[in-house]
Design a protein around this ligand. Structure first.
Ligand code: ADP
Ligand code: ZN
Length: 296
């Protein structure tokens, strides 16, 4: 059985074929330009592959409400050429198969839950720190959507006492993304994050903001595991710094076996950057099952 997987990102569209065990059989990458240029190429890739269903994990914000007339649309995306684009509708019309849909980060989280280190858990959190900051939430055995879907990257934070940076988010200035995403690091320090490895202040501030967000999310969502991905987290020195600061910020208020073993609680992604595309395979499998159950 073949399933299609589309990880729709702001710079590239990863298209893949997978099997019912989440195994990736082949994949290609297509640059994300605009719908008129990019979509025909994606459709050309999947056409004639005889997939049973397609799963899309997409940059957003997206409309995930199945009852909404704009379900399956990319809504108010800052990537303006894609704002208001009906990506699910376009793929359904071209391929005539069930199409599962979720946010990019929920896709990565679903990959980790189904095939990776979060298997068997009911509550998990995935945060990606890259060009933007996004968070996926799995709660009580389901991906959280709610009114729209979580937008964890835009939570407001207390500033580090030594930090006077104004923040880069066009909506909020000093939100998590405005302070700690890759472009904010570059704007504040005048160099790419990867070139700042030896500047301890950069990682002191960075770990302070990420830890603050995680301490709040631990209190709000009570996740059983926290997975951190994205380009900035390739700075692996951040992990011990974040873990230490989270414990300091919680200040002993919580005492759980997870927090006592924090090295296995706040962890890097485990699927070698395939978590997103594997999550898309699972979205496809789930959508096929759902459509089958509805037509019985
Ligand atoms: P995207 O978010 O676009 O999908 P990434 O997760 O790779 O892609 O994030 C890109 C951001 O991460 C850029 O701002 C880049 O500067 C930063 N980045 C990429 N690699 C590293 C690295 N090794 N160390 C620090 N920052 C990095
Ligand atoms: Zn913001």
């Amino acid at each position: 059985m073949l399933y299609g997987a589309l990880e729709a990102g702001g710079t590239k569209m990863v298209c893949a074929l997978g099997d019912e065990n989440g195994r990736i059989l082949e994949q290609v990458s297509i640059p994300t330009i605009d719908p008129d240029t990019t979509m025909p190429e994606i459709i050309k890739y999947f056409k004639d592959k005889d997939i049973k269903a397609l799963g899309i994990a997409c940059f957003g914000p997206n409309d995930l409400d199945r009852k909404s007339p704009t379900y399956g649309y990319i809504t108010t995306s800052p990537k303006q050429k894609w704002a208001g684009y009906n990506i699910v509708g376009a793929m359904k019309e071209a391929l005539h198969v069930p199409v599962g849909f979720d946010t990019d980060v929920n896709g990565s989280l679903l990959g980790e839950i189904t095939y990776g280190q979060a298997q068997g858990l009911t509550d998990a959190l995935y945060l990606t720190i890259g060009t933007g900051i996004g968070g996926g939430v799995y709660t009580n055995g389901r991906l959280l959507h709610g009114m729209l879907h979580p937008e964890l990257g835009h939570m407001r934070l207390i500033m580090h006492p030594e930090d006077t940076y104004k923040g880069l988010c066009p909506f909020h200035g000093q939100c998590l993304e405005g302070l700690a995403a890759g472009p904010a690091i570059e704007d504040r320090w005048g160099k790419k994050a990867i070139e700042l490895k030896d500047n301890p202040k950069v990682w002191e501030f960075e770990s302070f903001y990420i830890a603050q967000a995680l301490a709040d999310l631990i209190l709000i969502l009570s996740p059983q595991i926290i997975i951190l991905g994205g380009g900035v987290m390739h700075q692996t020195q951040l992990f011990p710094m974040i873990r230490k600061k989270v414990l300091e910020m919680l200040n002993g208020y919580l005492s759980t076996k997870e927090l006592k073993d924090i090295e296995h609680y706040i962890v890097p992604a485990s699927l070698k950057d395939d978590q997103g595309i594997m999550g898309c395979i699972k979205l496809a499998i789930d959508e096929e099952a759902l459509v089958k159950s509805l037509t019985k």
